[in-house]
Write a protein that binds this ligand. Structure first.
Ligand code: F6R
Length: 617
């Protein structure tokens, strides 16, 4: 949510900023702007629309070695050039990611000093506040401002009388930084820095980073110098590029076998069993030794609460079914934005699992913090290394999906599912709820699912053809039971967010309690029927919608016997045991959403009004 970049050094600053903003554009893309030191003055350029529009405007007009850049996802104030960042007041020019909650009150106080904003943004008020507190010492002004600001922020600030220097502070919103022989860089996420370095640090909250071309100094608010903890990314630039695919989303869908392999295999421990006749058999069990997650985490709890947003929450719905099936302990799934307002019942016997691709989602972070405050154990499933949620959790299980650039989450979702399967298996084993041989056989099936996901990608031409029949739909429904219902929720959000077609996910048995009135001639219904224990019930539900004229797309397994008259299109998933069908069916739903959006001529990777990584509440 809003992309931030700052650079000071020996390269052309506007080029570094524009290329960084292009890499960060998935975080927000309604307007963009940069501010650079040029001949001792601060020059600002802004543009409504995508970064490419700003690039045209900037091209060849700025000669600078230090500047800051921002790509916006509007919160306060509409999409306009005046609301685009950077914002300036007096000697201060800044970019901001986050929301200043008390900006209204501050604006009133600042008006008394003659500072009247020209934009409708909370960010300009922050620039005015820092300017009002600035008496020649930037650190003092920033520290004093921080004590007045409520809400979340990551700021990169230029002071017009301190050339070639960038000041940064953050609270709640991410900032990472690195120094290389080309200079110093800061950004809201590592994808913008990767061209320059694989080593970086996360700026801790309430510390100030001062970037000069010679290095980065980090201090506490009182000026005490601190040494940042360096991190290293294991992926390279190509992981954050399209690599010949038309869209990031399509590339990321194709990366799922690899992302699953990277997430699952390091967490499987090879064991050898010696038979009485001396022969040996090898088997695999889930193992979190390298992740430093001891079995006691699973043994000492009697309840699990899962909190997350959007797609990550849908992975949690799947987790709940697995846990309850295997462990027979109560599990609830909370929408993280509701969690803290529900006054949740938590104590030291509760394990709270937060799930987040970015590791920065404000609501999920708030749920995590509340859980810790109330004494619960916390385990997070996170994709981005060193992110706030990862750092603040007692235990972390990283998904190794690599950078996910498309706004619609795909490979991160299936990696989150894999994490839940591994946790459920280990959890059940650690509590004696399943025997080692059962656990080993489930782990082996999970490993084989990686190949099935690969095989599912071969269905893409069939799915492309089916998508043509969805292009003109204005409403559609996903139905399923048990694991298929949890997956329907994910299929529906994926389709909605990138095709703009309204859809709803329904537990198939629930249709007749109201929704069936919406099923009319030709309405598409995507029926997931991958679970043999509920297949006959599912078929009855398909008959109900068919009788009302629905166009049915049936996603099932080869062995399922279903009368041909009940569906218009049938997709047979590669062979997998029922428990693992969500992995292959997820790929089918992702591809259906992808091709439908593509046929509708939409911006698949950057759908309207959305942004990756929601760092505001
Ligand atoms: C949908 C999607 C979102 C995210 C949600 C949580 O495709 O990507 O629903 O899943 O915003 O984001 P993270 O996982 O970063 O916490």
């Amino acid at each position: 949510m809003c992309g931030i970049i700052g650079f000071t050094g020996y390269l052309d600053a506007s080029e570094v900023l524009i290329s960084g903003l292009s890499a960060l554009e998935y975080r927000g893309y309604d307007s963009a702007g940069i501010a650079c030191f040029e001949d001792g003055q601060i020059a600002v350029r802004k543009s409504v629309g995508k970064v490419a529009m700003l690039a045209d405007k900037v091209s060849g007009t700025l000669h600078s070695f230090c500047g800051i850049g921002h790509t916006r996802w509007a919160t306060h104030g509409g999409v306009s050039e005046v609301n685009a960042h950077p914002h300036s007041c007096g000697r201060v020019t800044l970019i901001h990611n986050g929301i200043i909650e008390n900006y209204h009150e501050l604006a009133g106080e600042l008006a008394a000093t003659g500072r009247i904003p020209v934009s409708q943004t909370d960010s300009e008020i922050a620039a005015m506040l820092i300017d009002s507190l600035y008496e020649g010492n930037p650190r003092d002004a920033i520290a004093k401002a921080a004590s007045r600001l409520e809400g979340a922020y990551a700021f990169c600030i230029l002071f017009s009388d301190i050339p070639e220097t960038i000041y940064c502070i953050r609270k709640g919103s991410p900032l990472v930084a690195c120094h290389t022989e080309d200079g110093s860089l800061v950004a809201s996420d590592m994808v913008a820095l990767l061209r320059y370095s694989k080593d970086y640090f996360v700026l801790p909250e309430d510390q100030i980073a001062v970037l000069s071309r010679h290095g980065i100094e980090v201090t506490e608010l009182d000026g005490t110098v601190v040494t940042p903890v360096m991190l290293h990314v294991t992926w390279d630039m190509s992981a954050a590029q399209k690599n010949g695919f038309k869209h990031y989303m399509l590339k990321e869908i194709h990366e799922q076998p690899e992302s699953l392999r990277r997430t699952i295999t390091p967490r499987t421990m090879r064991c050898v069993y010696r038979h009485d006749d001396g022969s040996c058999a090898e088997y695999y069990l889930p193992d979190f030794t390298a992740d430093k997650i001891p079995d006691s985490v699973f043994q000492d709890v009697n309840r699990v609460v899962i909190a997350a947003c959007g797609t990550a929450m849908h992975a949690g719905l799947m987790g709940r079914i697995l846990f309850e099936r295997l462990l027979r302990i109560p599990v609830t799934v909370s929408i993280a934005s509701e969690f803290r307002y529900e006054n949740p019942i938590l104590d030291e016997t509760t394990l709270v699992i937060t799930v987040s691709q970015s590791g920065e989602t404000a609501d999920t972070l708030a749920a995590l913090r509340l859980s810790r405050e109330r004494g619960a154990k916390t385990l997070s499933i996170v994709n981005v290394k060193g992110s706030s949620i990862a750092r603040e959790s007692d235990y972390v299980l990283y998904t190794h999906a690599g950078p996910e650039i498309a706004v619609a989450s795909t490979k991160a979702y299936t990696a989150q599912l894999a994490a839940f399967y591994l946790i459920a298996f280990r959890f059940a084993l650690a509590r004696g709820a399943i025997k080692a041989e059962v656990c080993a056989s489930m782990t082996e099936q999970l490993l084989s699912t990686i190949h099935s996901v690969d095989d599912t990608l071969l269905l893409k031409n069939q799915l492309k053809d089916i998508s043509r029949h969805l292009v003109t739909a204005s409403n559609l429904f996903f139905i399923g039971r048990s694991l298929d219902y949890a997956l329907s929720c994910e299929g529906s959000i994926k389709l909605k967010e990138i095709t703009y077609i309204h859809s709803e996910a329904y537990a198939a048995g629930e249709l007749k309690h109201g929704t069936l009135s919406l099923i009319t001639e030709g309405i598409p219904v995507i029926a997931l029927a991958t679970q043999s224990d509920v297949l006959s019930k599912m078929i009855s539900n398909v008959k109900e919608v068919r009788a009302r004229g629905a166009m049915v797309i049936l996603i099932t397994k080869k062995e399922a016997v279903v009368e041909e008259s009940l569906y218009d299109y049938r997709v047979d998933l590669p062979d997998t045991p029922d428990l693992y069908a969500p992995f292959t069916a997820a790929v089918v739903l992702q591809l259906l959403a992808y091709y439908t959006s593509s046929y509708r001529g939409l911006d698949v990777d950057q759908p309207r009004n959305l942004a990756k990584s929601v760092t505001v509440e």
